[in-house]
Design a binder for this molecule. Structure first.
Ligand code: ZN
Length: 313
């Protein structure tokens, strides 16, 4: 994991801290959006507060760098109709976080609770108003901020190849796992190891096949490892499920010192899995998956922070 950790660290370090411009600025309406902004902020702060001073020696500098990126280059924006407006001062070369208002047409095209704006004009993470617990809000945001950093810092080229896209997912899941393991004080990794020990599987392909059918006891153990209690919604359960599946693939790869291309192959297989429809009478313990976050993005560099959203949305 060294090469990509270094890449993240480098990319985040080169993010300069030039002057902050405030393009416009809108009044914060007293709607539910403000509560969601507070939830995601406090969740992310929770993760960052767990990063120790000696982060570098513990291999956690990418997470520390992501925290700096959030502080220096990312601001909240709101959405009115099909346009963004600033809620707090941001940067023309930065990224934005947006709580999508309920009733917005944008929701119809969103596949996941959090995802990048697919348009070429604005680097923004869109967030649905779906209930999530605080710590997990911070972890999901960690994942999306990694995608946002890739785009803002041009780590991922415009129109990435499948391999470059998967590399972006790998960086995002790496950071999310780093954060989750940190807030669980290492318990998450212990539980991942216990599951992998029990499975005794020998290839990434067999792990991806197995990890989308996690049983209730395995899911419960993984959920218990990370503070935050039960999922607050079906959407959160799906997002957690997708993360646990990716975490098993990453941990398996780490334990077996597999090369990046083999890990990417594992993620490729995982991201190709469609969530299986579940009914209330279906007793199968299929893992509800949400691995769609960040998929289908177009990555065209742009510095215009308040262009209208593309009509595709
Ligand atoms: Zn992603």
């Amino acid at each position: 994991m060294d090469s990509r950790s270094k890449l993240i660290a480098f990319a985040v370090l080169v993010a300069s801290c030039s002057s902050v411009r405030g393009p416009g600025g809108g009044a914060v309406s007293g709607d539910a959006s403000a509560e969601f902004r507070a939830l995601y902020d406090s969740g992310f702060n929770h993760i960052m507060a767990a990063v120790p001073d000696n982060a570098q020696s513990l291999g956690l500098s990418p997470l520390q760098g992501l925290g700096r990126f959030r502080t220096q280059r990312v601001a909240w924006a709101g959405m009115k109709g099909n346009a963004y407006y600033a809620i707090e001062p941001g940067r023309s070369d930065g990224g934005w976080l947006v709580i999508v208002p309920s009733g917005s047409d944008v929701l119809k095209s969103m596949k996941s609770t959090l995802e990048m704006d697919p348009g070429p004009t604005v680097a923004a993470v869109l967030i649905k108003q779906e209930k999530v617990s605080e710590v997990w809000a911070g972890l999901f945001l960690t994942h999306e901020l990694s995608h946002l950093a890739d785009r803002v810092l041009k780590v991922e080229p415009p129109n990435p190849t499948r391999a470059q896209f998967l590399m972006g997912e790998l960086r995002a899941y790496d950071l999310e796992l780093m954060g989750a393991d940190l807030v669980s004080a290492g318990r998450l990794r212990q539980h991942l190891d216990a599951i992998l020990d029990r499975w005794q599987l020998e290839s990434v392909a067999s792990v991806t096949e197995r990890c989308v059918h996690l049983g209730p006891p395995e899911l419960a153990a993984l959920n218990d490892a990370v503070p935050g209690g039960d999922p607050q919604s079906a959407a959160e359960a799906r997002l957690r499920g997708g993360f646990f599946a990716a975490a098993l693939v990453l941990r398996f790869s780490e334990r077996n010192r597999l090369p990046d291309e083999t890990v990417l192959d594992g993620l490729d297989r995982l991201l190709a899995v469609e969530p299986e429809p579940r009914t209330s009478v279906d007793p199968r313990p299929n893992l509800p998956l949400d691995l769609t976050a960040g998929m289908g993005r177009t990555l065209l560099g742009s510095d215009a922070p308040f262009a209208r959203r593309s009509s595709a949305a």
